[in-house]
Design a protein around this ligand. Structure first.
Ligand code: 2AM
Length: 485
């Protein structure tokens, strides 16, 4: 046996990862249920590196050096279990099975346990960057045992993209940690995209700017603190035209149906956030905004009825418009900081819940390249956690505190303006509410506690003394201490 790593499941992602391994000097074993995918890969790209193709799973396994490293690249879900079940009887103690699909971290935890019981390593890994990243350098987030990382890490690091000489791949933590972090990455991606869309819509509707003009705005923003892949592609999308019905060029963004779709990782993030009790409002608003946009029939019915009225006066003029572009930029940046702060809180909560000991600064480091949320900004996050790994919130870091502090007047202006114009900004406004919520001493929660105690005897704590208390609401109105003392 001479192969360093094997890839099974050779659709686009698997094929590109296999080519990436081979291009980086790793002897790469290939297997796919349908033989033609193996043949095509060899035919088209066989000269890119040293491939060892197999026609059956047994010889595929036999072609690998031990401990065997086998990457499964099939559609997340039942197919992953089916392939694992076929593979496991052919493996020997210490072999490493890697799932590079977008699995739910609960599934990864279950699979890791099952394989560990058989003396095998199971590595659930996030792979971000799409087809292009898989081929030329993704961001890789591997979970599993530390021992498996010793055997696998160097190979993964060699195919990951590098930023400032550091590969965008590092050990994340045990069992489901890698897929959990990838899930949160995708959730943050949802939030980031929603905020950019809100900025676009505000400038388009509020200032009446054209998509081409806004492409310039985003290109300018891409030269400052907002510099990121998502801002860059926003400018490209806004610049794009296609012939409309009469053949003349129309901005593509005006030809695309205004209903956002989703594949589910954003939803997973929010479901998990709810279970962990972490307020990831930015991600939640982004997922719900996509749902609302996708409620096409309902939107059409409401628009057709014309009964839900909005404010009069739909755009800004004169002094109101003055500096609005810059204000939106500041609001976008501040909201983005909040969304990331929440995402990193969620990583911490998952890490605490499952005992993963995830290094948040290291996650920011491996997200700087390869993945969709790659951005300059992530250097700042890394620096913040380098300075203080136990930061209570990213918003407390000196740089970020100053950034949101300097932005807050613009942020409030933008949210107030959007409200006045009747333009929905769920991302901007909930991020601002979160910021104010974190900052203020009292939030009205004391009243909620009072209500809960009145209707359900749920008790409350007091600011002036320790203990748990209940007021005898339907009795004599006196207060009882409830905890043992
Ligand atoms: P196929 O080419 O034989 O369809 C993406 O669908 C990749 O996952 C493809 O390479 C596909 O193989 C593979 N795949 C999907 N379900 C599978 C299964 N149950 N067993 C093996 N491979 C599977």
């Amino acid at each position: 046996p001479r192969a360093d790593i094997g890839v099974t499941g050779l659709a686009v992602m698997g094929r590109n990862l296999a080519r990436n391994f081979a291009r980086n000097g790793h002897v790469t074993a290939l297997y796919n249920r349908t033989q033609s995918r193996v043949d095509e890969l060899i035919e088209q790209f066989g000269d890119e590196g040293d491939f060892v193709p197999s026609t059956d799973l047994k010889s595929f396994v036999a072609s690998l050096k031990r401990p065997r490293r086998i990457m499964i690249m099939v559609k997340a879900g039942k197919a992953t279990d089916a392939v694992i079940d076929e593979l496991v009887p052919l493996l020997e103690e210490g072999d490493i099975v890697i799932d590079g699909g977008n699995a739910h971290f609960d599934d990864t935890r279950r699979r890791e346990q099952a394989l560990k019981a058989k003396g095998l390593h199971f590595v659930g890994t996030g792979v971000s960057g799409g087809e292009e990243g898989a081929l030329n350098g993704p961001s890789i987030m591997p979970g599993g045992s530390k021992e498996s990382y010793e055997a696998l890490g160097p190979i993964l690091e060699s195919i990951a993209v590098a930023v400032d000489g550091t590969p965008c791949c590092t050990y994340v933590g045990p069992d489901g940690a890698g897929h959990f972090v990838k899930m949160v990455h995708n959730g943050i991606e949802y939030a980031d995209m929603q905020l950019i869309a809100e900025a676009y819509e505000l400038l388009r509707q509020g200032l009446g700017k054209t998509p081409a003009e806004l492409a310039d705005v985003f290109r300018t923003w891409n030269e400052g603190d907002l510099e990121s892949f998502l801002i860059e592609i926003t400018a490209r999308v806004l610049d794009k035209t296609h012939p409309g019905a009469d053949g003349s060029p129309v901005p593509l963004v005006d030809l695309i149906v205004d209903a956002a779709e989703q594949k589910g990782t954003g939803r997973w993030t929010v479901q998990t956030a709810l279970e962990l009790g972490v307020p990831t409002t930015g991600i939640a608003e982004a997922v719900f905004a996509r749902s609302l946009s996708g409620s096409v029939d309902q939107r059409k019915a409401v628009q057709a009825a014309g009964t839900l009225v909005g404010p009069t006066g739909g755009s800004l003029a004169g002094a109101e418009a003055e500096g609005f572009v810059d204000a939106v930029r500041d609001a976008l940046y501040a909201s983005k900081v909040v969304a990331y702060a929440q995402g990193f809180d969620m990583i911490q909560a998952g890490s605490d819940q499952y005992g993963w000991d995830v290094d948040k600064g290291a996650m920011a480091t491996i997200w700087r390249g390869g993945c969709i949320i790659r951005a300059q900004f992530l250097n700042r996050i890394k620096e913040a956690y380098d300075k203080d790994a136990h930061l209570a919130s990213l918003l407390l870091d000196e740089y970020f505190a100053a950034a949101v502090g300097n932005a807050q007047d613009s942020w409030r202006r933008v949210v107030a303006t959007a409200v006045r114009l009747g333009i929905p900004v769920p991302g901007f406004s909930s991020a601002l509410s979160y910021y104010d919520g974190l900052r203020r001493e009292r939030l009205g929660a004391a009243l909620v506690q009072g209500q809960r105690d009145l209707f359900g005897a749920h008790t409350y704590g007091r600011v002036d003394k320790p203990g748990t208390f209940h007021t005898l609401w339907s009795g004599d109105g006196s207060e009882e201490r409830q905890d043992a003392h």
